[in-house]
Design a protein around this ligand. Structure first.
Ligand SMILES: C[S@@+](CC[C@H](N)C(=O)[O-])C[C@H]1O[C@@H](n2cnc3c(N)ncnc32)[C@H](O)[C@@H]1O
Length: 276
């Protein structure tokens, strides 16, 4: 009991009360719902920031990031909360369906507009770009965004550990990647030609999306998993209006729109279409 008390009151874990403050802040700013069992995760991810800012505990750190002059530290804290796991050609079935069924269905000369809406370090949009370059000879443009600016900067650099690219088809690798040498041994970099095909920017899915224009294909994969139903509903309502009639929305196979009201038609696992 004594040991347990000591652990709970130690400085590297927020108390339940302080955790609730962070929980509300993160929900408001990112839409991410952190269940109570993520208290330890929150502690791990933010503890180094407590040290860097000379704060004694999470309560002080919470107060610190909520003062206007420490807005930059608040952004740093929020970035540390996002989970950015991704890889090339993740959920391959989506790419097969895009190549074999969706792309051939667009009329000749149709210029396709695509958005990767939670692109993390860029593997998703570069996978899409490689496929488009290979299979869609007509014009297309690809936007890619994420709420985390540091991650977006990394995506623009487009440098990846070779050993994390196992699903990248060999011919795509040869065509679109440069092999690192010297200090970049073991890394690859996306070619400038393909990098130039993707427009990266920072964007929060909670914000007004109208200014983004409309799209034929939207990838919104492995992000709604962090949202509660209310937030999901809001995001899906906005996304619907951004989809051109006939356009497609890709979510993750581990996500569902069950319980969300929408006017999209499920046409393949985790792929929806706006009919009109
Ligand atoms: C697990 S990654 C998914 C990456 C990629 N879409 C995939 O499926 O591999 C989730 C991404 O969602 C981003 N994210 C979280 N909340 C967001 C929000 N409110 N607006 C935009 N992006 C958000 C995170 O920064 C993170 O990079």
């Amino acid at each position: 009991m004594q040991g347990l008390m000591a652990m709970n009151s130690s400085n590297n874990l927020p108390s339940e009360e302080v955790f609730c403050l962070f929980q509300a802040l993160i929900k408001k700013r990112l839409g991410i719902h952190l269940p109570v069992y993520k208290r330890v995760m929150l502690g791990h991810r933010l503890f180094k920031r407590l040290i860097s800012t000379n704060m004694n505990n999470f309560s002080d750190y919470y107060r610190y990031i909520n003062t206007p002059e420490n807005a930059a530290e608040l952004e740093t804290a929020l970035e540390l909360i996002t989970t950015n796991e991704t890889f090339f050609f993740r959920e391959e079935k989506h790419f097969e369906y895009l190549r074999n069924d969706i792309l051939p269905s667009f009329s000749p000369n149709k210029e396709l507009k695509i958005w990767s809406a939670a692109c993390s370090t860029g593997e998703e949009p570069y996978s899409i770009a490689m496929l488009m370059k290979d299979c869609y000879p007509k014009a297309w443009s690809l936007s890619a965004s994420d709420v985390n600016q540091t991650i977006v900067n990394q995506a623009k650099k487009a440098i990846y550990l070779d050993e994390r690219t196992s699903l990248l088809p060999e011919e795509y690798r040869k065509e679109n990647c440069l092999k690192g040498t010297d200090e970049f041994e073991g890394y690859l970099r996306i070619t400038p030609e393909l990098r130039n095909k993707v427009t990266f920017f920072q964007f929060n899915l909670l914000d007004d999306m109208k200014k983004l224009g409309t799209f034929d294909l939207i990838f919104l994969r492995n992000v709604m998993i962090y949202f509660d139903d209310n937030t999901k509903q809001n995001v899906i309502d906005k996304i619907f209006h951004l989809l051109n009639p006939g356009g497609h929305l890709f979510i993750s196979h581990s996500e569902t729109l069950h319980g969300i009201e929408h006017h999209l038609k499920l046409i393949n696992p985790a792929i929806y279409q706006r009919e009109n």
